[in-house]
Design a protein. Structure first.
Length: 399
């Protein structure tokens, strides 16, 4: 029991803290080594031709702002083509898009999901690079240029932009927790990229070489993750560019965020199964290490280990008086107690920040457990269930 206790604690700490610390140590060592040899600079080349694909479904409330933001992006006009795929939209989204002759509208009345729409769009695109983004996010004006310059390196197959959450000054748990999570996740992606390759790209903003695109199955839940990792499997690097970012408002509340997290968790299990060959450290030594450390542990066993750890700790209290087990149990009780307070504060719309992190952490891990159950019962399809978000007009052009 003692062995299992410390083994479980080691896995939990490694998943949430240890991997980040190990990454930092490895990249500092790499920086020292590369500095001693001299850094290799990317050769400046003319910008490649670029296709920007915007996925939109019933976005009439935001589409004018999205198009205005898109048309303000810096990129040579003769090299940029903008596509909006609005398949299945039943509101005024299509009519609004038709007001802009600069935009190439792709539309069919039947909604088959984002993956089917992307697969259809990619068949007509002949640009050198393709940038994917969502209708409910706004990009900084240099985003496309900052993504594109990485492709002067022939080893780069894709570039992931940064996702940022607009956090109001008086943020509740849904906003503050989501914002803190993405700051941490962004730093991990940046370090992953510097060490070897970013593990997955966020659909809010990422780019790939057109020639490397493989059609993904229509039932794929996390299309962005699978598309980018298939390119990494071919031996290309997925790099990370924090100066190309997409800003979106946070979920309206934790209930809305939970819907999104459960879907992502179900997609995570599906992605691991689809990319299971990446678990082979002999074939993919560094990629496998990063994939398991950054994604697989978090999406599979660690949420279960958190529960098991609590009860093993409780049992150890009954058979030993060693002080370390008492302190660790007290820390857990305090942490989950704060999370419970966070739930109460959220319901009463109170802004008590000390409970934000424990509450959001527990919500995330509950979502993973629920997502695993949902996937195992085949209850999660690839069609997005819209998440209600806070007012988006407040984040337009926030840079």
């Amino acid at each position: 029991m003692v062995f299992f206790f410390w083994s479980i604690l080691a896995i939990i700490l490694y998943t949430y803290v240890g991997y980040a610390m190990l990454l930092l140590i490895l990249i500092k060592a790499k920086r020292y080594y590369t500095n001693s040899l001299g850094r290799k600079n990317i050769i400046e080349q003319p910008l490649p031709t670029c296709a920007l694909i915007i996925a939109a479904y019933n976005e009439e409330y935001i589409i004018h702002q999205k198009i205005a933001n898109t048309l303000s992006l810096k990129y040579p006009d003769r090299k940029l083509k903008i596509y909006i795929v609005a398949d299945g939209s039943t509101d005024n989204t299509v009519r609004h898009i038709e007001e802009y002759p600069q935009i190439r509208l792709l539309y069919q009345p039947i909604r088959k999901g984002k993956v089917a729409a992307i697969n259809r769009a990619m068949k007509i695109i002949d640009s050198e690079i393709v940038v994917f983004t969502d209708a409910n996010t706004f990009l900084n004006e240099d985003a496309l240029v900052n993504l594109a310059y990485h492709f002067s390196d022939n080893q780069v197959g894709g570039v992931a932009g940064e996702k940022r959450i607009y956090i109001p000054e008086k943020a509740e748990a849904s906003s503050a927790g989501e914002g803190l999570y993405w700051k941490y996740e962004s730093k991990l992606k940046q370090w992953d990229s510097e060490l070897f390759s970013t593990i997955g790209a966020a659909g809010e903003l990422f780019s790939i070489r057109r020639k490397l695109y493989e059609e993904v199955p229509q039932n794929t839940i996390l299309d962005d993750f699978v598309i980018s990792m298939r390119i990494a499997q071919k031996g290309y690097k997925i790099t990370y560019e924090p100066n190309a970012y997409a800003v979106e408002s946070s979920s309206l509340n934790v209930h809305e965020e939970l819907k999104r997290k459960i879907r992502i968790a179900a997609g995570g299990i599906q992605s691991i199964l689809a990319l299971r060959s990446m678990l082979n450290p002999i074939k993919y030594p560094m990629l496998s290490f990063q994939f398991i450390s950054h994604r697989v542990l978090r999406w599979t066993i660690t949420p279960f280990l958190l529960i098991l750890f609590f009860f093993i700790n409780l049992m150890l209290l009954r058979i030993t008086t060693v002080w370390i087990y008492q302190y660790l149990f007290i820390i857990q009780v305090l942490f989950y107690g704060l999370a419970t307070l966070g739930l109460g504060f959220e319901k009463r719309k109170l802004k008590i920040k000390i409970a934000f992190v424990p509450y959001y952490f527990c919500v995330m891990n509950y979502a993973i457990l629920a997502g695993i159950v949902k996937f195992s019962r085949n209850q999660q399809n690839s069609l997005w269930e819209k998440v209600i978000r806070k007012e988006k007009e407040k984040i337009l052009y926030k840079r």
